[in-house]
Structures are given as structure tokens and as C-alpha cells.
Design a protein around this ligand. Sequence first.
Ligand code: NAD
Length: 341
Amino acid sequence: MHSFTYDALPGRVVFGTGVARTGLAAEVERLGASKVLLIASDRDAERVRALTAPFADRIAAVFTAVREHVPVATAEAAREAAVGADAVLCVGGGSTVGAAKAVALTTRLPILAVPTTYAGSEVTPIWGLSEDGVKTTGTDPVVLPRTVVYDPELTASLPPELARASALNAMAHCVEVFWAPRRNPVSSVIAEEGVRALAGGLRDEDPEQLLLGAYLAGSAFAVAGSGLHHKLAHVLGGLGLPHARSHATLLPHVLAFNAPGSPEATTRIARALGCDDAVAGLRAVVAAAGMPAGLRELGLRGDQLDEVAGRTEKVVPADNPVPVGGGAMRRLVQQAWEGTT
Ligand code: NAD
């Protein structure tokens, strides 16, 4: 076995069907918060009102102008809304958690996160902001939510196609863990179990398994870091492609590319999927989820492929299991765009 470093991340996790309805007030109390900034998009207004009714007197302000990839202007508006608050409660997907993180980054306010998708941002110390087609990310422990309340009742309302795309976004976190820069045996165990839970949840359309898988995926990814897949997805996000579906579409192509150099990934993923061939198994999961085969179906234009490959190649970790130089990255992007293998 190689030597490794494992940085355990702090955070309290409360998981269970109905816990957002029955336990959120106690978690706010536990944080000692009395002037809460609530961040949730208008889409969810009615449900969020019901969830926060037991501690409505502690909600000092509400911010609803959530946007994907946290434009700088959104971050600034959310920070203004946070003036005078002593905690941030966010109820929503990765974009909502992202807005809360943008607030915490400058104010150091503690975050209580209630995710409604499988994106996993709530267990990572990674923040992101976007401006002029470029997404900037960074890592700061101050943005890692103090408490996460995982309630499958909340993800059950996701439209089926979005639920499947989001679950595959979580699957991408797991797959990447096996070759990520800070890969380690602990994260690999968690990621393998995450693949199992997510594949089972997709098969059974079971929000509880999917949400558990999403938590495992996010926490493994948070420790292991981001590699080729997330670097590519990050560049696509900056160009305005939809987050979860880009991950879902990209994933089998990246696994096929890296598979020859990462026997741990192929062995563990195949075992978790219950098949002999990890690449074929993952392709089948993505196809069964009804995801587009190629990025062109998500709006990426052919004249953008050089830019995507060029920008990604500069930031891929040097120890990616398969070298990306000599035109290999451009070929991967072409295949992912066309949907060919
Ligand atoms: P999202 O939060 O943008 O949500 C997608 C859509 O689904 C939105 O329209 C939202 O209103 C809707 N939605 C959310 N939950 C719903 C529910 N339960 N029922 C019905 N509709 C619902 O998308 P996302 O994929 O969750 O997050 C994407 C963002 O999160 C990106 O900006 C991405 O970069 C970021 N992200 C960050 C990290 C990190 O570690 N920092 C990790 C993953 C994702």
C-alpha cells in the first residue's frame, strides 16, 4: 500500500426521512443561532415556510435570488442580506448551498445546510463564484457547513430526470475519488459504497438510498479532491452548461479514458455495480438514466472544443492515471461531445 494523508473534515450530519420537519428547529438551537439568514429559491417557498415555521421568530432575513454557479453579483447581494445575521440556513440544491458558502467566505457565519439535490456541496469546503464565463473555485474550511440535515422527503420532489442527473453528479464524485490527487484508502471505501448506494437508488428509484449515496460521494470527494473529471466539468460549468447533466454525460467518457491506468477504479466500480466491466457497467447506468450520450446535446458547440480541451489540460493533476498531453485531452473532449467511445 502507498503512504497516504487523510484530513478528516468536521461537521454534524443528521439523516432521516422527516428530520427536516421534526428536527430543524433543534439544530438551529444547537448552533445557538437567533438571527438567521435563510437562503432558499422561490421555487421552494411554500415548503420552506412550513419547515421554518417552528422557529420563524429567528429568521432575520430571507434571500431567494439564487443562481447557478453563484455569479459574483449574487454573492454580493446575499452578503448584503446577511448583515446582522449570526448564521445561515440554506435549503436547496448546490446553487443554494453555493450562495450560503459565498456569504460564509467573507462573513465566517456558520452554515446549516438542508440539501434538496444530490450535488454534495454541503459536505465540502469548496466554494465557487462565476463571472464572465469563468468559474473560480477555492477551498476554505470556513465555508464547510457546521450541520447538514439530510431528509429524503426533500429530494423526493425532484423531477425524475433531474433526480437521475443529480444522482449521477454524485456518482462522478465517487468515480473520481479513485484517482484524485489526495486519494486514500478511507475515501476509496466510502466511494465504493457510494457507487453501490447510488446505483441501487437509481435502479429502485429510492430517494433514501440516493441521498445516502450523495452524502458518501460528497464526503469522499471533499477529502480526495478533484481530478480530470471535475476539472473538465468545471470548465463546462463556466461556459454555462447545466451542472448535473454535464457531469452525467461526461462521466463514462472520462472513466473509459482513465480506466487503463486505474485498476483500483475499475475493480471497485465493477464490484459496486455488480458487473465485470466497470466502463460498460457505468455506461449502462447512465443510459438507463436517460442522460444524453454527448455534450453537444447539452448545447456545447463544436467550435468550443479546442478551448475546453486547452483550458482543462492546464489544470489536470500531473499524476492523472493516463497522460492527457499529445492531443489525448482533445480526443477525449471530441468523444464526449459526439457521444462516441
Ligand atoms: P441547483 O441547485 O442549481 O438545482 C437545479 C434545479 O433544481 C434548480 O432549478 C432548483 O431550483 C431545482 N431543485 C433543487 N432541488 C429541488 C427539489 N427537491 N425539487 C424540485 N426542484 C429542485 O443544481 P445542483 O446540481 O444541485 O447544484 C449545482 C451547483 O452546485 C453548481 O453551481 C455546482 O458548481 C455547485 N456544486 C458545488 C460543489 C462544491 O463542493 N462546492 C459540489 C457540487 C455542486
